[in-house]
Design a protein around this ligand. Structure first.
Ligand code: TMP
Length: 215
């Protein structure tokens, strides 16, 4: 596949979506054709799955049911959008991908889903396919959740199922992301997200330029 698959990961309120948009514009300025996407909800069917996952009561389903729905969304995203784009030579930037499932459903819930189960689901859904680069935006959940709730207050659909989990959940999830990044240093880049939008964007473009030889 000729295109590149770049994922943004991190907890709530890290600024992933903003940074993804800015990076997409920068790549287009460099003449690279790229698509912006997200999980859950990168496809039409995915939008329906997203609503089931992120709206409503936090206890309406357990981590096993969540993992299955996130992986269903992922399979549709891969087959309908990610792989076709990469085959055409486009780059695809995704706001979250499989590391989010491991961070939230495994680490966040303190291992209530087996890691091996998630690994098997990954194999079933994606085979050996992996992101070319994963940008992990790291922030203290106390700061991230504050940012996220400010944003949610202005949203009509109240996608707050995960934000309403306690600080312990978010700290476990953050630790999980950092552990995963440590285990795969060639795929992950970890950046401190507690800085200005512009400073973080400059950091990201510097890394992209170097990693992918973009002049
Ligand atoms: P978003 O608000 O960043 O778009 O993500 C939606 C929510 O879904 C967010 O709270 C994180 C959560 N999530 C999981 O719990 N597992 C996953 O696999 C993914 C992709 C997201």
């Amino acid at each position: 596949m000729a295109g590149k698959f770049i994922t943004f990961e991190g907890g709530e309120g890290t600024g992933k979506s903003t940074q993804l948009k800015l990076l997409a514009s920068w790549l287009r300025e460099k003449g690279i054709d790229c698509l912006e996407s997200k999980e859950p909800g990168g496809t039409e069917v995915g939008q329906e799955i997203r609503r089931l996952l992120v709206c409503g009561d936090k206890d309406k389903m357990d981590p096993v049911a969540e993992a299955l729905l996130y992986y269903a969304d992922r399979r549709i995203h891969l087959t309908k959008k990610i792989w076709p784009a990469l085959e055409k030579g486009q780059w695809l930037l995704s706001d979250r991908y499989a590391d989010s499932t491991t961070a939230y459903q495994f680490y966040g819930y303190n291992r209530k889903v087996q890691r091996e189960t998630l690994n098997s689901l990954y194999k079933l859904v994606a085979g050996d396919f992996k992101p070319d680069l994963t940008i992990l935006l790291d922030i203290d959940p106390v700061i991230g959740l504050k940012r996220s709730f400010t944003k949610a207050g202005t949203m009509s659909d109240k996608e707050t199922r995960f934000e309403t989990r306690g600080l312990e959940f978010h700290n476990l999830m953050r630790g999980g992301f950092l552990e995963m990044a440590k285990a795969e240093p060639e795929r992950f880049i970890v950046l401190n997200a507690d800085k200005s939008i512009e400073a973080l964007h400059n950091e990201i473009t510097g890394i992209m330029a170097e990693r992918f030889n973009i002049p």
